[in-house]
Every structure is written in C-alpha cells, then in structure tokens.
Design a protein around this ligand. Structure first.
Ligand code: OFO
Length: 165
C-alpha cells in the first residue's frame, strides 16, 4: 500500500510526464509545418508517445499499489520556435527538469522506506540518462550545423533513420 506522501509525489510525476508528452506533441506539430523536417517531426511525435507511455506506467503502478492515479489538467505548452535549435534546447532543458523531478521522487521513496517504489523508479532513472544524452547529442550537432542547410538536411535524415532502427 502506498503512503499518502508517496501517492501524492507519484501523482505529481504523472503530471510531469503528461506535460512532457504535450510539450513534444506541440514540437511535432510545429516541425510538421516547417519545410523539410520530416525526420524531426517523426522524432517529436515518437518522443511524445514515449512520454505518454511513461505516464501510463506510473498510473498503473499507483493503482496497482492501492492508490488512486489522478489524471491532471495540462498547461498549454510552447507552440512555436524561432529555430530547430531553440526547440531542441527547450527539449534538453525539459529533460533535465524531469531528471530532477525523478531524483526528488527517489529521495522521497527512500525517506518513506518504500523500497518497492524505489525499485520501480530505477527504470525512470535509467531512462533519463538516455534521454538527456540523446538531447545533448542533438544540441551539439545543431550547434555544429549552425545555418548550414545541407547539415540540417543530414540531421533530419539521421534522426529519421535513428527512429526506424
Ligand atoms: Fe519521461 O522521460 Fe523524458 O521526460
């Protein structure tokens, strides 16, 4: 059975994951109407789906452990970006915030001596390492590319291939 403290903290994370999914969905829609960003568009749509999966995993865990998962209201995310670089910078910042939020949750689980939740959260800890790494790599590449259109073309193609691996 989850303590009230853990239940509330997990429900806060449901909101964080839902908000992430929504933020990346907005990036996908923006990228979709930019010329030549088919790969990036697919990447953002897929990323949004993954965040929804992270949210669902939490919802199922909360309910399975005798709690009640609360489906939250969402804030409208950023809809437009001055450049692809800016969108990826926001994605990276977002992932760092999510990692901080997961770390706080791990701390709470330890304080509450809820080792099952601590164990459950390790999946998220590992996931955040991967997501931060990916976001950092994309930012580094876009920094190198600058305004070079052929570089951007290759970036879009590579990210599409990555999504189909
Ligand atoms: Fe849920 O992993 Fe990114 O935010």
């Amino acid at each position: 059975m989850l303590s009230k403290t853990i239940q509330d903290a997990l429900n806060k994370q449901v909101l964080v994951e839902a908000q992430s999914s929504q933020a990346y969905l907005a990036m996908a829609s923006w990228a979709d109407i930019q010329p030549g960003l088919k790969g990036v568009t697919q990447f953002f749509f897929k990323h949004s789906d993954e965040e929804r999966m992270h949210m669902l995993k939490l919802i199922q865990y909360i309910n399975e452990r005798g709690g009640f998962a609360i489906i939250p209201a969402l804030v409208q995310p950023t809809l437009t970006f001055v450049s692809l670089k800016k969108a990826f910078e926001e994605l990276f910042r977002h992932e760092v915030n999510v990692s901080n939020s997961i770390n706080e949750l791990v701390d709470i689980a330890l304080n509450e001596k809820d080792y099952a939740t601590h164990n459950f959260l390790q999946w998220y800890v590992n996931e955040q390492i991967e997501e931060e790494k990916l976001a950092r790599e994309c930012n580094d590449k876009l920094e190198l590319i600058g305004d070079d259109k052929s570089g951007l073309y290759l970036f879009d193609r590579d990210i599409m291939l990555m999504g189909n691996e």
